[in-house]
Ligand binder design. Structure first.
Ligand code: KIV
Ligand code: ZN
Length: 512
């Protein structure tokens, strides 16, 4: 179908390559389910050969997802490709995505291979992958900075070997829209068998042009697949953002003339889930999913919107999952009202037990907070639906004292491998005292490279959502915690980051 734009989501692979964004198998599975609700065409679930954890995550997603194609990245060698195929065995529809660098710089300095060696390896790998699965994607890494004659030669050869999708990455975010669009067009015109494959774009956002470049690749170049991530998550400045590309193509159908399979009403829930799982906060002015994306502050705009929405709104907030009515639930709301709100928010919990546990947490929160907003509900289900089975540390309770002129003090009880531990400490402030108390016992030695607090629903009555980023022995992890008491939220976030540091996941870098 030439007018369908295929949405290939790589939040769980390229997105996860963001420092600190690594996710557990359960977290990835939960996001994959949300991506399926969103009806993305392809989910790149990970890089199976990079670590045992990633292999298990790809496998779990392959076994659980039935509507989207499940894909694993793999370097262009038999071992990686075999691992990818093994992980994907249970999938209803599977794809192997194999890549090798083709720019002179990467071949010479990184791979230390000649162009002819790269050419042979690419060809052999695609042939090998095609013997294992029907659907094979090939990416020439750093494709946009590669010699066009060499690229045409290699792409013709891999299509001949059976590659069904050709993806042209702008790995370092160097492209500008018109040039990138024309680059894809030239390749499609010059590769003799180009009509035998779907052409795909994959743009990084180093110069803030990933979405614009991807759209140019589609409109000028004729690409019919876009690789993107929720919230634009990804290495360095990130990837092309799914919500932006999808809403651009949908809102400007008059210009692009393309259809999409995406159910856009699930966009906001996906954005929240990814943000809460990774601890990467969405900026308020972020297009489509930022808190201000549909807020009109100036009097003239408000007046216009009240008279006719389309004076200042080009999309409907409801179409991407913002609810028209933000109020919400309270202490007296029952289980049915809670369940219905979850449904309206596009959240499906996996089992009755999970729903019961989430409802119990909701009641507990409603006792402490008079109004519960959508953001609170999303935060609590986000915590609830992730398995804490492998957690080494767990929050129990905390008390703290601070008074002008006095040194703040905190005492905390938390579990360590199932046993309760009590620790106390003074600190510069109550948060500092609490985290120092935890460190007294744990002695992780980790450096804190980020601490941020976000008011979930924007007022002092709201829950605080805290992100803590720790670095230890070259590993960076994010922990997230939420609670109406920001000191408690901070302790939870710190313990969550320590849990992640404990998990042994070591990875081979995708672009290494
Ligand atoms: O940016 C890139 O080049 C990639 C490839 C591995 C497809 O992510
Ligand atoms: Zn990439």
């Amino acid at each position: 179908m030439a007018d369908k734009l295929i949405i290939f989501d790589t939040t769980l692979r390229d997105g996860e390559q963001s420092p600190g964004a690594s996710m557990t198998r359960d977290e990835k599975l939960r996001i994959a389910r949300q991506l399926e609700r969103l009806r993305v065409d392809v989910i790149e679930a990970g890089f199976a050969a990079s670590s045992d954890g990633d292999f298990q995550a790809v496998k779990a997603i392959a076994n659980a997802i039935t509507e989207s194609t499940v894909c694993s990245l793999s370097r262009a060698n038999d071992r990686d490709i075999t691992r990818a195929a093994e992980a994907l065995k249970g999938a209803k529809r599977s794809r192997i995505h194999t890549f090798i660098a083709t720019s002179a710089l990467h071949m010479e300095k990184k791979l230390r291979m000649t162009p002819d060696q790269v050419f042979e390896q690419a060809k052999q790998s695609v042939r090998f992958a095609r013997n294992l699965v029907e659907d094979v994607e090939f990416s020439p890494e750093d494709g946009y900075r590669s010699d066009v004659d060499f690229l045409c030669r290699i792409l013709e050869a891999v299509i001949h070997e059976g590659a069904t999708t050709i993806n042209v990455p702008d790995t370092v975010g160097y492209a500008v829209p018109e040039l990138y669009g024309n680059f894809i067009k030239t390749l499609r015109e010059r590769v003799p068998n180009s009509d035998k494959a779907v052409w795909s774009v994959h743009c990084h956002n180093d110069l803030g042009m990933a979405v614009a470049n991807s759209l140019a690749g589609v409109q000028i170049g004729g690409a019919r697949q876009v690789e993107c991530t929720i919230n634009g998550l990804g290495e360095r400045a990130g990837n092309c953002s799914l919500e932006e590309i999808v809403m651009a193509v949908k809102t400007r159908k008059d210009y692009f003339g393309l259809t999409l399979g995406i159910d856009t009403q699930h966009i906001l829930a996906a954005s929240r889930m990814v943000s809460q799982t990774t601890g990467f906060v969405v900026q308020p002015n972020k297009a489509v999913v930022g808190a201000n994306a549909f807020a009109h502050a100036s009097g003239i705009h408000q007046d216009g919107v009240l008279k006719a929405r389309d004076t200042y709104e080009i999309m409907r907030a409801e179409d991407v999952g913002w609810s028209a009515n933000k109020i919400v639930l309270g202490k007296l709301s029952g289980r049915n009202a809670f369940k219905q709100r979850l449904q309206e928010l596009g959240v499906e919990l996996e089992s009755e037990a999970e729903t019961n546990a989430a409802f119990a947490r909701f009641k507990e929160l409603a006792d402490r907070k008079s109004e519960i907003f959508d953001e609170d509900i999303l935060a609590l289900v986000s915590e609830e639906s992730v398995s804490h089975e492998d957690d080494v540390f767990g929050f129990v309770k905390l008390s703290q004292r601070s008074e002008t002129g006095e040194l703040p003090y905190a005492a905390i009880v938390f579990t360590h491998a199932g046993k309760e531990v009590f620790c106390e400490s003074a600190g510069n402030g109550p948060v500092d005292a609490s985290l120092k108390a935890i460190e007294k016992h744990v002695q992780s030695g980790a450096d804190m490279v980020l601490y941020s607090v976000n008011a979930i629903s924007g007022s002092t009555e709201s829950q605080g959502e805290v992100t803590v980023r720790l670095q230890n022995n070259g590993r960076i992890v994010n922990g997230v915690g939420s609670d109406p008491d920001i000191v408690v939220a901070s302790a939870k976030a710190y313990l969550s980051a320590l849990n992640k540091l404990q998990s042994k996941a070591e990875k081979v870098a995708a672009q290494g």
